[in-house]
Design a protein around this ligand. Structure first.
Ligand code: C5P
Length: 400
């Protein structure tokens, strides 16, 4: 079998050194990779490194090997083009269709999926020019993954870091697996809640649940690969950040509600995959609750938490917004699911059967997705990413 052909574009940012690791991962997992650096990027990583690691000649401009017509051939034959790091300048040139070097020529001739992994200082990322260029590229079907937040060059910290090469590799793997189809969530903003809330009782104790957050993270990763801008509201998962998602960390149901409602204001889709505590302790003890000799502990009074899913579905920050809920049931799974779908007022409800060793914390899941319009989709036992892709398969036509 022929190896999938990947073009790795590298533009002139300090994060170019991280692209060496991305290249290694791509070649070691059986991809044939052509590296196309920009002239400026060679200040950071030299052509010899790219050539040795990829096993192919490297050129920055269209005037070498002209008889092979590289300015069209490389893009035409690619199964995937990934640009990492993509600087503000490269994004601008790509958005405007310039073709002043080999990489921009390649971007114009490529008919395969294109992934940009931007890296730059926060000010450049937030500049209206960059915002518009990114929006243009996304509208045209490119996957532009959100930069990570953290240490930048020099003393600065903020949004603009190139995500971990392993995470960019995962995005590439998913995009390649989908084949030469347009990313159906391109230009969409999706909000996903994941994990389980913890409701504090005193400074050291809380009421919690067994949710690991893995299903929510699988939804975030697959949505990024399908082109969405993703806001992931995570509660107590301890999982590594998926690349390309904006992460909002919360602890309690009250915090989760605030974060979800805020992010939902301009969202096309809201998916409530988090296990939100239905109750919280009525009172929070400022000091650790002590045991007293010869005395039984006092009962813990609980109060209800607001139902965030029902609130989001009832409010619909935008009339065409799609709202997806999850339901973990232990018995009468389908009947309870239908009744819950109606009660919560959401468009889709992913219903699964749970028990101590089923679903919570596991790598696999099986479920039935119920739709408010009567549809019912069975998802067989398999990886949580497969269930996530089924959810997006059902959401996507409803957005159109
Ligand atoms: O009612 P139940 O907890 O079974 O519903 C589960 C669904 O409702 C999940 O999508 C969960 O995220 C959401 N939920 C919520 N707010 C709550 C409880 C659950 O949004 N207080």
């Amino acid at each position: 079998m022929e190896k999938p052909k990947v073009v790795l574009g590298v533009s002139g940012g300090i994060a170019a050194y991280k692209a060496c690791e991305l290249l290694r991962r791509l070649t070691e997992s059986g991809h044939d990779v052509r590296v196309v650096p920009t002239e400026a990027s060679l200040h950071f990583v030299g052509a010899a490194t790219w050539s040795a690691l990829s096993g192919h000649p490297v050129s920055t401009e269209v005037w070498n090997d002209v008889h092979e017509v590289p300015h069209v051939r490389i893009g035409q034959h690619a199964d995937l083009v990934v640009v990492a790091p993509a600087t503000a300048d490269l994004l601008a040139r790509a958005a405007h269709g310039l073709a002043d070097d080999l990489l921009t020529n390649t971007l114009l001739t490529a008919r395969c999926p294109v992934v940009f992994a931007p890296a730059m200082h926060t000010e450049m990322w937030e500049h209206p020019a960059t915002r518009e260029n990114v929006a243009t590229l996304r509208r045209r079907g490119a996957v532009v993954i959100e930069p990570a937040v953290g240490r930048l060059t020099g003393v600065d910290t903020g949004k603009g870091r190139l995500p971990d090469p392993g995470e960019i590799f995962e995005v590439c793997r998913r995009v390649l697996a989908r084949g030469p189809v347009a990313p159906d969530l391109a230009g969409r903003h999706v909000v996903i809640s994941a994990g389980g809330t913890r409701e504090p009782l005193d400074p050291v104790r809380y009421l919690g649940n067994r949710s690991s957050g893995k299903q929510g993270y699988a939804l975030a990763r697959t949505a990024v690969a399908r082109g969405a801008r993703v806001t992931l509201v995570e509660a107590n998962t301890g999982l590594p950040d998926p690349s390309g998602a904006d992460i909002v960390r919360v602890g309690t149901a009250t915090q989760l509600r605030e974060a979800v409602l805020k992010a939902a204001a301009d969202a096309d889709v809201v998916v409530m995959a988090a296990a939100v505590a239905d109750f919280r302790p009525a009172e929070y003890a400022a000091g650790k609750i002590k045991k007293k000799d010869g005395q039984e502990p006092a009962p813990i009074a609980l109060v209800r938490n607001p139902d965030i899913l029902a609130e989001v579905a009832g409010r619909r920050a935008r009339p065409e917004q799609i709202v997806v809920g999850f339901a973990a049931e232990t018995d009468n799974v389908l009947a309870n699911g239908r009744e819950k779908l109606r009660r919560k007022g959401c468009d889709l409800l992913v219903v699964n059967e749970v028990g101590e060793r089923r679903t919570f914390g596991a790598e696999e899941n099986e479920a039935v997705v119920l739709a408010a319009d009567g549809g019912e989709t069975t998802v067989p036992f398999g990886p949580k990413e497969a269930l996530a892709d089924t959810v997006w398969d059902l959401v996507s036509p409803r957005l159109a």
